[in-house]
Unconditional design. Structure first.
Length: 257
């Protein structure tokens, strides 16, 4: 399912039957039919076309937040584990400070301060996304630092940067990859939630959270909110399954069963 959505996002401009922002007031709130497979919204825009285009922005935001957060957070955590002492305390206390706040509330406050827009929302999410990777990166680096091969590399006089890049980092990629995969669905859900509250994309940009918000009061025209909501559900569940599968594959005990 996840791979299917990624492919849809890549080829959306070539498979959508209508432009996502094309307004046809006379065709507003039409139910699903052969002409409009998923119906139309309050402005007569084709829900199917907007759903496909919305996948591009939702997936891009999720991947951007998680990958950048993983890069920043794991770097901070690994450096803190290697430096120890003063810098370890400073970096970890900064991490704890961000973790003290509920992520969605802090992201909401930052997004509101930065203003409405996709870039602002991604930056707001990035601020609250890196600490979990910093914690995991530090824990993994501390385990690797106590290994004999790291001590041998230190005795041989290798520079700390080379030890971190060539020895410690590659041995932490497995658990980090699992967390990244599991977190992608959470990031997409959070971005959709912020868009639902009006802090994500600028109208008329197609995005799943904003599409759900547009149809939240249309009880009889259920298709306006139901289909983008179902898309969010499938992507979140799909990434969770992928993360669980990757974790089991990387675990030798589970893989040998």
């Amino acid at each position: 399912m996840v791979i299917a959505w990624v492919l849809v996002a890549l080829i959306a401009p070539w498979i959508t039957p209508y432009p996502p922002d094309a307004v046809h007031v006379r065709q507003r709130l039409l139910p699903p039919s052969a002409m409009h497979w998923l119906g139309t919204d309050v402005l007569g825009r084709d829900v199917f076309s907007r759903l496909l285009y919305g996948s591009r922005l939702s997936l891009l935001a999720g991947f951007s937040v998680v990958l950048l957060g993983a890069a920043i957070g794991s770097t901070v955590g690994i450096v803190a584990a290697w430096a120890k002492g003063f810098w370890d305390e400073v970096l970890m206390r900064l991490t704890d400070l961000v973790l003290c706040f509920p992520p969605i509330i802090l992201a909401l406050a930052i997004a509101a301060a930065l203003g409405i827009g996709t870039t602002s929302t991604i930056l707001a999410m990035l601020v609250v996304w890196w600490p979990k990777f910093a914690r995991l990166g530090r824990a993994l680096a501390l385990v690797q630092r106590s290994q004999e091969y790291v001590e041998a590399a230190t005795v041989l006089g290798l520079k700390p940067i080379r030890i971190l890049a060539r020895h410690i980092l590659p041995n932490t990629l497995g658990p980090l990859a699992v967390l990244i995969t599991l977190d992608l669905g959470n990031a997409i859900l959070t971005f959709a939630g912020l868009s639902f509250l009006g802090l994500g994309v600028v109208p008329p940009t197609a995005e799943w959270g904003s599409m759900v918000a547009e149809g939240r009061e249309l009880v009889e025209q259920w298709w306006v909110a139901a289909f983008p909501g179902f898309a969010i559900l499938t992507v979140v569940v799909g990434f969770n399954f992928c993360g669980d599968g990757l974790r089991d594959w990387l675990d030798p005990k589970t893989r040998s069963r």
